[in-house]
Design a protein around this ligand. Structure first.
Ligand code: C2O
Ligand code: CU
Length: 543
């Protein structure tokens, strides 16, 4: 068994971003375009359910296409890729327990228009440039329909996926997941909302119909020709960058849009669809709002917030009441940045909706139910030439054998030990989880002796994350503990960081839900060994 020793720099990668021919998005007029509402996806027929062929389920046909749309009044049309003819694509509306099928059709061109890095796993020069595979994020989906990153299709091909929707009401979302170019495909526009509804919600009398609106928020950069601009590193042979942050803030596909609202309650289904940016949301007039749900379900009761932090891929189900604000223009901000504006009309509010005091109880999973506690590190390292960092989960790359193989219907606790300087939003496919707590630890001691020495008390999740989650921030220098039951299906899934630049460069691992503990033991590999020399972390990969 050979071993490679790689030095892990504590410093950031020695990487610079090339000077760019970019447009200063903040020079664009703010709040001049109305907020688009993505169309609702319509089935084109029915199909026998894979779970029970005597039942027919709706069949959708969604084409991935290239098109041009105006992102802002004062820009020329921008080339984008999307599902259907908009980015974000059409919103799926479905009900819990009602399965549906989608034929995902790759009708994209055969050349990519964004900078592929052929050094990344899956994006090697011999592979087709344009590859796509759809994942419904937050969905409990059989493995062959889950959008495994290597199950991509090329232009001219299509894939049929089955979504049983056997889960609680929540706003999920769908996006591309192709190995090694995921960040570029999503950046190009391959993203959309997927709403699962349930009878129980009707009883809550929440704002609905035109008073319920998805807000899909992300940032982009544009060049002076109004085209999407994805920056590259200083090394032309390896254009990958560690993180993307843009200055153009888009909501539902428009830059700094506005929405005319009535002085009443609205339900906003908010998604952070950014590659890497965390949004810290607040309303410019400092009014509070209520959160009624997290990523994959409703909260036990609404919580009142004046601001809300959302990492990439996280969602929040919000109720905002504009009553008492007739005639005001209220910006939705992320810290000091404008995202969009609400223009409250004058006149008498008509609001028969309510904000219930109780929503849906959460059956918490007892820690005593856990049959396995995993210790999983998040690390960052430079490659041997020191020009591009790489982030790893548990010191293992994508292509190494599976190390996480939970047994179906069992409970596990995962300790995410973040040894980097960044918060990483960690996402597991298939399951929903609860955050148990976060706890500061001595990084140096962990690196030198592999001992976890805590430096403070365990801190419970914030109220805004104390519900069902599929993505959680693993904060730097902390152990974040999550607990989940591996329900639904056996088979191969993935877990990864949802900063798309990290995910594309090895911060993603396959995992496998197995039928019995016997199977689980077959596939175990010794994780990389890590130790410290002169304050720098060393990793020995066992291959
Ligand atoms: Cu949002 Cu692996 O996905
Ligand atoms: Cu990350």
């Amino acid at each position: 068994m050979g071993a490679t020793i790689i030095t892990l720099g504590a410093q950031r990668a020695l990487q610079t971003v090339q000077a760019r021919p970019a447009l200063d998005a903040n020079s664009l007029a703010h709040f001049v375009d109305p907020l688009p509402i993505p169309p609702i996806a319509r089935p084109s027929g029915v199909h026998p359910s894979p779970a029970d062929p005597t039942i027919k389920v709706p069949l959708y046909r969604i084409e991935m296409r290239e098109f041009e749309t105006k992102l802002h009044r004062d820009l020329k049309p921008t080339r984008q890729w999307g599902y259907g003819s908009s980015a974000p694509g059409p919103t799926f509306e479905t009900r819990s327990g009602e399965g549906l099928m989608v034929e995902w059709v790759n009708s994209l061109p055969s050349k990519h228009f964004l900078p592929i890095d052929h050094n990344l796993h899956g994006a090697e020069a011999g592979n087709p440039e344009v590859r796509a595979v759809v994942h419904v994020h937050g969905a409990k989906t059989p493995p062959d329909s889950d959008g495994y990153p290597e199950n991509w299709i090329v232009p001219g091909q299509s894939a049929l996926s089955y979504y049983p929707n056997d889960q609680d009401a929540a706003m999920l979302w769908y996006h591309d997941h192709a190995m090694g170019i995921n960040r570029l495909n999503i950046f190009a526009g391959l993203i959309g909302a997927f709403i699962v509804r349930e009878e129980v919600e009707a009883g809550f009398n929440l704002p609905g119909g035109k008073y319920e609106i998805p807000l899909i928020i992300y940032d982009r950069m544009l060049d002076r020709n109004s085209q999407l601009y994805y920056p590259v590193s200083a090394n032309p042979a390896s254009p990958w960058i560690t993180e993307f942050f843009g200055d153009a803030m888009l909501v539902n596909g428009k830059i700094f849009p506005y929405l005319e609202v009535e002085p009443r309650k609205y339900r906003f289904r908010v998604l952070n669809g950014a590659n890497g940016r965390f949004f810290h949301l607040s309303l410019a007039n400092r009014q509070t709002f209520h959160q009624i749900g997290t990523d994959t379900g409703l909260l036990p009761s609404p919580i009142e917030l004046s601001s809300l932090l959302l990492a990439p891929a996280e969602r929040a189900d919000l109720v905002v009441d504009f009553a008492g604000h007739s005639g005001e223009a209220i910006a939705l901000k992320s810290d000091a940045l404008d995202l969009m504006q609400f223009r409250v009309s004058r006149g008498q509010p008509h609001d028969t909706s309510s904000l219930p005091t109780k929503l849906r109880p959460i059956n918490r999973i007892a820690e005593s139910e856990s049959v396995k506690t995993r210790i999983l590190t998040l690390t960052e390292r430079d490659d041997l030439v020191g020009n591009a960092a790489m982030m790893l989960l548990n010191g293992t790359r994508w292509s190494m054998p599976i190390t996480e193989n939970p047994v179906i219907n069992t409970v596990e606790i995962w300790n995410l030990i973040n040894l980097t300087d960044d918060a990483h939003p960690i996402h597991l496919h298939l399951v929903r989880f609860l955050i148990l707590d976060r706890r500061r630890f001595d990084i140096f001691e962990y690196q030198t002796s592999k001992t976890l020495r805590y430096m403070g008390p365990a801190v419970p999740p914030e109220p805004s994350e104390a519900g069902w989650k599929d993505t959680a921030r693993a904060n730097p220098g902390m152990v974040t503990r999550i607990i989940m039951r591996f329900e639904g299906y056996t088979g191969r899934y993935v877990w990864h960081c949802h900063m798309l630049e990290h995910e594309d460069n090895e911060m993603m691992r396959p995992y496998e839900v197995v039928a019995s503990a016997k199977e689980a033991s077959n596939d175990v590999v010794a994780p990389a060994q890590e130790w410290c020399v002169n304050g720098r972390l060393q990793i020995r990969e066992n291959r």
